[in-house]
Design a protein around this ligand. Structure first.
Ligand SMILES: Nc1ncnc2c1ncn2[C@@H]1O[C@H](COP(=O)(O)OP(=O)(O)OP(=O)(O)O)[C@@H](O)[C@H]1O
Length: 236
């Protein structure tokens, strides 16, 4: 089956002005991502990975170039359209979970998803990520891995087009990192949602359909894996 292009970056630049100095965080970035793909973005610190993800998620605006999501050029969006895009179209997973401390796991998932028209059932999604018994716990009562599962459930329950994960295992130990990546791989397989994961860890590239390597604000290489590997078979 021929998959449709879901995301296109066309000659995207991002310039930060720091007083007299210009920093070219992105310097003409082109790539595409197809529907349903699991994508890994790799690169050294400062390469521009988070800048790409933030622009992709409508949290930051490109200086020039086009960013097409499902054919819509989000660089043309006004503030209101960007807010709706962030709320409805994308789900975010961050390194430090960003849960609301005084809401339970279930309330965290409900709070984020209920504003979305096509949202999924929060309890069911928490079940699916293995947190049925912990849904009434507050974030401080959960381990890092459990909190990240809540954050993934929160993003999935919105039923977004696209899940964006910025170093989702950056704060987790080896085994917990593996189980969180396994969860993301399972979500991708079961829901066919496009998932983009930023990582420093080149060892996990074989789990992805597409691997985008970023270096000094440019795309160094894009590769596709005809056959992807399960995270369980990868060690680092
Ligand atoms: N708000 C900002 N103001 C000025 N410079 C910035 C800003 N955000 C990012 N940069 C610069 O842009 C470049 C790319 O940063 P980015 O955060 O995208 O890198 P990264 O690949 O995600 O790095 P890391 O893996 O360390 O998170 C870096 O040189 C960074 O210092």
């Amino acid at each position: 089956m021929l998959r449709k292009k879901l995301i296109e970056f066309e000659n995207v630049t991002k310039e930060y002005k720091m007083g007299e100095v210009n920093i070219n965080a992105l310097d003409g970035v082109d790539f595409s991502i197809l529907e349903g793909e699991l994508v890994v973005i790799l690169g050294a610190s400062g390469a521009g990975k988070s800048t790409i993800l933030n622009i992709l998620g409508g949290m930051d605006i490109a200086t020039s170039g086009n960013v097409l999501i499902n054919g819509n050029n989000i660089t043309q969006y006004d503030e209101k359209e960007l807010t709706a895009f962030r709320a409805e179209v994308v789900g975010f997973v961050f390194q430090f979970y960003n849960l609301i401390p005084n809401l339970t796991a279930l309330e965290n998932v409900e709070f984020a998803s209920e504003v979305c028209e096509d949202h999924l059932d929060a309890r069911e999604i928490l079940n699916n990520v293995g947190l049925d018994e912990r849904k009434d716990n507050f974030p401080s009562q959960l381990s890092g891995g459990e909190q990240q599962r809540v954050a993934i459930a929160r993003a999935v329950a919105k039923n977004p087009f696209l899940l964006l994960c910025d170093e989702p295992t950056g704060a987790l130990d080896y085994q917990t990192s593996k189980s969180v990546l396994k969860l993301l791989q399972d979500v991708n397989k079961e829901t066919q949602k496009c998932i983009v994961i930023i990582t420093h860890n080149a060892a996990i590239a074989p789990i992805a359909d597409r691997v985008i390597k970023v270096k000094s604000g440019r795309i160094e290489e894009v590769t596709t894996n005809e056959v992807t590997q399960s995270i369980e078979g990868i060690d680092w």
